[in-house]
Ligand binder design. Structure first.
Ligand code: PLP
Length: 285
């Protein structure tokens, strides 16, 4: 596999980063995941804009222009022959010569930028989307700036392990009684014709897929309500689903062992998945 590191395309085993990199020592970095369908990038612009914002919120210097970033994405997709899959991008505050809590001077330390691809045939035509997924609920004990897409993913990773141990596919996190989001996705419930999802704030990641799906839902005359919901309300909903760049729209059919509706994907989530795949592929670059 060909990867990209600090301006160079390299075979993956030749791409190495300093042990002093703050991404490695302090999780001082941000990332984006952009999916690839038919060899094209889905929602590239949204991911590039959010990357800018994450960097700005952390006082990090953006080492690459949007045009160059698109070029690197395209070149990796081409070089690795990706038809369906994703491009992972990570920018850290770089590797000053020492470990220090204080940020290094941006004049002296360059950010580290890494991109690589993952091949995922069958991403769009996913069996999991037909079956629907099971989630458990866990407490949300993450930090208070979940709107910044940092590489601090230990708790989400532990959440996925808790889900796996209990025979589920993912975990929804709960804070002050309300669902925040999934470990790596935004969470929704459906009641009648209404799609309900938590409003944007520092409490959740501002999903790029979320923004697109809510826009498509409104264009399709579906009702959208952005508000908090509890896990009990979710268990009584007609349907539930998640969205993310790597899963698009996925129906949720069970929460904490409670089946939703008939325990199979309902009407709204599969329809939204279809619309999302169709529309976002039309706009893909
Ligand atoms: N929420 C969290 C915590 C995430 O990690 C992600 C994606 O990685 C999302 C939501 C979905 O965001 P997007 O649709 O931009 O992939």
């Amino acid at each position: 596999r060909t990867v990209y590191l600090n301006g160079q395309y390299l075979p993956e085993n030749e791409a190495t980063v300093s042990i002093f990199d703050r991404g490695f020592l302090m999780a001082d970095g941000v990332y984006e995941v952009t999916s690839v369908l038919d060899g094209k990038l889905i929602d590239f612009d949204g991911h590039a804009v959010r990357l800018e914002r994450s960097l700005r919120e952390l006082d990090m210097v953006n080492p690459i222009s949007k045009e160059d970033l698109l070029e690197v994405h395209r070149e990796l997709v081409r070089a690795n022959g990706i038809e369906e899959g994703m491009v992972y991008l990570q920018i850290t505050r770089g590797a000053p010569g020492d470990r220090d809590f204080v940020f290094p001077d941006p004049e002296e330390t360059e950010p580290t930028i890494v991109l690589f691809t993952q091949n995922k045939p069958g991403l769009a035509d996913s069996p999991a989307a037909k079956k629907g997924m099971k989630v458990i609920s866990i407490e949300d004990i993450r930090w208070g700036r979940r709107d910044i897409k940092t590489v601090q993913l230990l708790y989400p990773s532990m959440g996925k392990m808790m889900a796996k141990k209990s025979g589920a596919d993912d975990a929804w996190m709960i804070e002050d009684g309300f669902v925040t989001e999934g470990t790596s996705n935004n969470a929704y419930i459906v009641k009648g014709n209404k799609i309900i999802t938590r409003a944007l704030s520092n409490d959740i990641l501002h999903g790029i897929t979320r923004a697109a799906v809510l826009r498509f839902a409104q264009e399709a005359q579906m009702e959208v309500e952005e508000r908090n919901f509890t896990i009990d309300e979710a268990k009584e909903a007609d349907e539930a689903f998640i969205t993310s760049a790597s899963t698009f729209v996925m129906p949720v059919v069970e929460i904490d062992g409670v089946a939703l509706g008939e325990g199979v994907p309902g009407r709204v989530a599969p329809r939204l998945r279809e619309i999302y795949l169709e529309e976002s592929l039309k706009a893909a670059v």
